[in-house]
Write a protein that binds this ligand. Structure first.
Ligand code: FE2
Ligand code: FE2
Length: 260
């Protein structure tokens, strides 16, 4: 296994090709990253995810009984915390250079950061299931960051941040795979498939939550502008038919001239 302390020394651009949905959505990613305000806020959001992930992986290092994995997890955790610093610094520099503006939509649903780390529950995982989960998350993050690097043609500094982080993500992706094969030589394929199904389920839940939110907004808007005016009109019409003043149960009008 390569020495952890010498990784990654190269400054050459890393070759990771995005595949699947992220490639199809490249024009959308280009649009998302074209707005400097949105870009700055997204980087700050990414910093939170990376920092959370770093803390969880540090916890995994404490829990594992495997000395090599402990060392690798600690290295991994430090990388994620460094990524958090890099994203936060770049996001703050960008915001400081921009006029004040209310933050718009960040489009996090289809342009997330190192998604997967936010779903990590290290206390429920064994070494092999955690490595399978981490491998898929790091792989997805590496391919996504490769797309972001590609579309950030006009923002050299942010592009360099992604370039640098991408190198670490490629290392995370590779070491988790190799360690999974080491700790679970017979069942690593099964572990990967189980982790894949888990990710598909999470994607479905995210989609269902987003869809429910949109549908809820549409239904409430229709109720407010279409259904409520009909009730308001009917209430107003019924009020017009009511006799004025005080009436008894039979509808006859009374005056309040006497006490009885
Ligand atoms: Fe990261
Ligand atoms: Fe990572």
């Amino acid at each position: 296994m390569r020495d952890l302390e010498t990784q990654p020394a190269s400054t050459k651009p890393i070759h990771i090709r995005a595949t699947g949905v992220d490639t199809v959505l490249k024009p959308l990613h280009r649009w998302v990253w074209s707005d400097a305000h949105r870009c700055a806020h997204k980087l700050l959001r990414f910093a939170e995810t990376e920092a959370d992930g770093g803390r969880d992986i540090a916890q995994a290092a404490e829990r594992t009984g495997d000395p090599l994995l402990r060392r690798l997890y600690l290295r991994h955790a430090m990388d994620e915390l460094r990524h958090a610093d890099m994203f936060r610094t770049r996001g703050r520099v960008m915001l400081a250079a921009l006029p004040r503006q209310v933050a718009g939509a960040e489009a996090n649903w289809f342009a997330p950061g190192e998604r997967g780390l936010d779903d990590l529950h290290v206390d429920r995982e064994k070494d092999d299931t955690l490595l399978a989960f981490l491998h898929l998350s790091e792989r997805a993050a590496a391919m996504r960051f490769a797309v972001y690097r590609e579309v950030l043609t006009k923002d050299r500094e942010t592009r360099e941040v992604f370039e640098s982080i991408l190198r670490d993500e490629a290392f995370h992706m590779n070491y988790t795979r190799k360690q999974l094969e080491r700790v679970s030589p017979r069942r690593h394929g099964l572990r990967l498939w189980t982790a894949r199904l888990h990710r598909v389920w999470k994607v479905y839940l995210r989609f269902a939550a987003a869809f429910a939110s949109v549908m809820g907004a549409i239904i409430l808007t229709v109720q407010y502008f279409v259904v409520l005016p009909v009730f308001a009109w009917a209430a107003k019409r019924a009020a017009g038919r009511e006799a004025r003043g005080w009436t008894d149960a039979t509808g006859r009008a009374h005056t309040l001239g006497t006490q009885y």
